[in-house]
Design a protein around this ligand. Structure first.
Ligand code: PEP
Length: 257
């Protein structure tokens, strides 16, 4: 059974103290739902800024339903790349995941599918599972190009990977028009795209791999709409920005399967 995922992307928010407070509150709430997480195969993933990663190793020790990762990694192994953080450095904190290809990275840092492919590869090589983001901008959806855009993002970045690697990747469908806007894709729009992505994985790899791949939705997912979105057969959870900064809301999302 593929995993259900509630993934929180804190973006560039939370001081050290605020982050500790947020995780502590979340853990307190989550302690009441251990059986639910177990029975529903739910994993809660936290993606804080780099400064929190070492602390999370301690805070999340002995929490089987929690794991954490970084929001980005360098495409390079190591060396003279001032300001960058490598996949192996992230892995050395105990992190197991990294977000690759968030639309904010594509937009503000000009990350191309080629660079994202390199990042996903180096992440895998260093024991990190990529959460690979894809999604169209509004103008593309208005022209009916959303399927072609998502297919090209996946084909150019990850569909040439070996089966063993593709199995470790989580896909996040994040329509850019829904990220941080308060406009959420309808459950039907999310389902349509998730089914399309699953079908692409089946075509490029196998039905078995497609059925085992978690495909999560991102874009103004919140405590009020998560249940409907997650009730769709191909929506395996959410990548949540704003609502992951409020412990009660993110907890509600994590119990919406
Ligand atoms: C995100 O950052 O991936 C995201 C989906 O943000 P928000 O939930 O705030 O739209």
């Amino acid at each position: 059974m593929r995993k259900k995922l509630a993934a929180g992307n804190w973006k560039m928010n939370q001081s050290l103290d605020e982050g500790i407070g947020l995780v502590s509150n979340l853990l307190e709430l989550a302690a009441t739902k251990t059986e639910y997480y177990q029975n529903n195969n739910v994993q809660i993933l936290l993606f804080p800024p780099f400064i929190h990663l070492v602390l999370l190793e301690t805070l999340l020790e002995g929490q089987p339903h929690f794991a954490y990762g970084a929001q980005n990694c360098s495409w390079a192994d190591k060396g003279a790349y001032t300001g960058e953080v490598s996949a192996s450095m992230i892995h050395s904190t105990g992190a197991g995941y990294v977000i690759i290809g968030h639309s904010e990275r594509r937009q503000y840092f000009s990350e191309s599918n080629r660079i994202l492919s390199e990042k996903a590869q180096i992440a895998l090589k260093n024991g990190l599972q990529p959460v690979f983001c894809c999604g169209e901008v509004l103008a593309e959806r208005e022209k009916g190009e959303q399927f072609a855009i998502v297919e090209s993002q996946l084909s150019e970045a990850i569909f040439h990977f070996e089966e063993e690697d593709i199995k470790k990747i989580i896909i996040a469908y994040e329509p850019v028009w829904a990220i941080g806007t308060g406009v959420t894709a309808s459950p039907e729009q999310a389902q349509e795209m998730h089914a399309f992505i699953r079908n692409l994985i089946a075509k490029n790899f196998s039905t078995e791999i497609a059925n085992e791949t978690s495909i999560i939705y991102g874009g103004s997912c919140n405590a009020a709409n998560a249940k409907l979105l997650f009730s769709m057969p191909d929506v395996d959870g959410g990548l949540v920005g704003g609502a992951s900064l409020i412990a009660e809301d993110f907890f509600t999302i994590s119990t919406s399967f």
